[in-house]
Ligand binder design. Structure first.
Ligand code: IPE
Ligand code: MG
Length: 215
């Protein structure tokens, strides 16, 4: 969900306002995905590297996380969207971790689309944590996948990066092996359901061979 800061700066507003707007767009797009029949949506909310940002920006984002945790605890069952957090959440204050646990508990009861929110997430950090979890076990692809934060979640078919940059920035490095990539200059707070549908159409026209050949 890239481009929140620039969206705000372009309007002479504090960057935090862009994050607030970005979080609202997350809710809108998550609902659109659910209505379109998407089973899993995974968003990159905060990277391990985003911790390098000024303290006030990091705390604004943490504030939004709290708001979302509280709201999702209240609304998840009604909305039919299960929220799951991926990433290293050990750095979060204890009250946040408690909210994450509550969200996980409710998710078990809710059926519907699963929205994964990557928070303090980095693909490399995830891999290092997975290798630690693997311990001395035989390191097969399946065994390693089962130790990732995304264990049990299918690999992404499509990754859409808004905000104009053309890179993965440490997002789902292992899982993205055969994902189709779409880059758009639209800043995340301006991203719409129409653009999402257009991206799905581009995706549908792609030929996926997974290293094989067309027959
Ligand atoms: C994405 O927006 C949200 C986070 C990374 C937390 P940015 O904050 O990266 O916005 P730009 O890229 O500076 O516009
Ligand atoms: Mg950015």
């Amino acid at each position: 969900m890239d481009g929140n800061g620039r969206w705000a700066e372009k309007r002479g507003l504090p960057r935090a306002v862009g994050h607030t707007r970005g979080a609202e767009v997350f809710r809108k797009i998550a609902t659109a995905c659910k209505d379109l029949g998407v089973e899993y949506l995974t968003v990159y909310a905060f990277s391990t590297e985003n911790n390098r940002r000024p303290e006030d920006e990091v705390s604004a984002i943490l504030g939004l996380l709290r708001k979302y945790l509280l709201e999702s605890i209240e609304k998840m069952e009604r909305d039919g969207i299960r929220l799951k957090f991926l990433g290293n959440l050990d750095i979060l204050p204890p009250d946040y971790r408690k909210l994450v646990r509550e969200t996980d508990e409710i998710s078990k009861r809710v059926c519907g689309m699963q929205a994964n929110v990557c928070f303090n997430y980095g693909g490399r950090d995830e891999l290092v944590r997975a290798v630690k979890r693997l311990g001395g076990a035989e390191p097969t692809e399946q065994a390693l996948s089962d130790c990732l934060d995304t264990a049990g979640i299918p690999d992404p078919d499509l990754i859409i990066r808004p905000g104009g940059e053309k890179r993965l920035s440490n997002f789902l490095l292992w899982q993205a092996a055969y994902a189709e990539l779409i880059f758009t200059d639209t800043l995340w707070p301006d991203f719409t359901k129409e653009e999402l549908v257009a991206a799905f159409e581009v995706f549908s026209a792609r030929k996926r061979r997974y290293g094989g050949v067309d027959r």
